[in-house]
Design a protein. Structure first.
Lengths: 205, 205
DNA sequence: TTTTGGTTAAACCGTTTGGTTGATTTAATT
DNA sequence: AATTAAATCAACCAAACGGTTTAACCAAAA
């Protein structure tokens, strides 16, 4: 067996852990539940990943990678601010439709700040000035009279709000308001266009 | 001692429980930690509130009451849709500034749906048709040509996104982006005006 | 004075937790 | 066929958990 590629069991564990950790959170997740989900023995979890924390940080990092993998490329390279935001909105919503629980998961861990997750994220951001560059581009286009003179932080925050919150609030729709799954998905698809209209009307001069 | 009003200890317990539950979530919260926070004995927790679940549901219900106490009144009575939204935005942001962890807490519990929290919320909504009435008002103003013809769900979702998400993302600002607390608060104050501008530009004809 | 109810600290209980162990099976190598 | 190392398992363990009980303490009410 090659050491480079993961064994089937390792993959099973990762997928099971992802499901359980995202569903229950770190404290609520049980190693036995992960083992059951992966249909393996509990000892295997510790055989492949030393501890609950080690396994968890793997899952958390892959979730962050999924998110930043959509955000960073969209904001890089050429193109106007609006073009980049449009790319961000489309890519991000598509990605999250397939992993709807990721935003809540990451924000939750960020809030609890288990073992300095905040600082490790900060370090990752520092080595990559994409966001900072994008903010500078916003200010440049504001001076050029293309964009409204609104604080760049507010613009970023607004975009993220419009994209991410609908997924965080998903249980409100499917659970409390009893809106069926397919209708919720349809709303999220419609949202790409709506969000862009909102952003353009709000921040374009 | 009067039975109607809570004893000092009961209040101490509730406040300690609120802090610990909101900080750590249900699974992560420890009864001993709540007792320590309240500076009382662990036995007292069970003396006043029978179990962890009972204590937790008290906290959860009060959090929901705080939120719906701002949402429901703002949407009732006379006034145009925009006037109601403006009242909602101002009241809600003011309330959440003082309880910034409530939205995350409630949405989190909704996502995990511990012991049918979703259904109990749904029942509470059904006995109060404020939201439904407000949606009808939106459609009426759309037919009257006051509002853009956007799905009422989208409008509600957009408003909630713009209001609630910045608080859910607070750790990103104060933790990852190292924005100081006072500057974050200042942003939230600025947001009342900005959010209304965005909503008016987006949904008013 | 006696009684009552809030309060405390500590010991205790049954269960569940993350984690370990040693033995056993599997699969590739010689 | 013999050897070896990786993979898997059931059983186990110490610690921590929510919750209970006990016994003593105290202030106010009866």
């Amino acid at each position: 067996m090659k050491q480079e590629e993961k064994t089937e069991t390792e993959q099973l564990i990762l997928e099971a852990a992802k499901k359980v950790f995202i569903e229950k959170g770190y404290a609520g997740a049980r190693m036995q539940a992960i083992a059951d989900e992966a249909q393996i023995n509990k000892a295997m979890l510790h055989y492949y990943y030393r501890s609950k924390e080690a396994l968890f940080s793997r899952i958390l990092e892959s979730a962050v990678a999924t998110m930043s993998g959509q955000i960073i490329p969209a904001l890089q390279g050429k193109g106007t601010v609006m073009e980049k935001i449009e790319s961000l909105v489309n890519n991000y919503i598509d990605t999250i439709i397939q992993n709807p629980y990721i935003p809540m998961f990451v924000l939750n861990e960020l809030a609890q700040n288990r073992l300095n997750f905040q600082e490790s994220l900060m370090a990752k951001m520092a080595t990559n000035d994409t966001v900072e560059q994008f903010m500078k581009q916003i200010m440049k286009e504001q001076k050029a009279g293309i964009l409204q003179p609104v604080g760049p932080h507010h613009i970023m925050l607004t975009v993220m709000s419009l994209i991410a919150f609908p997924f965080i609030a998903k249980p409100v729709f499917t659970g409390v308001m009893k809106i069926p799954e397919f209708m919720y998905l349809q709303m999220m698809e419609e949202r790409k266009q709506l969000v862009m209209e909102i952003i353009k009307k709000s921040f374009l001069k």
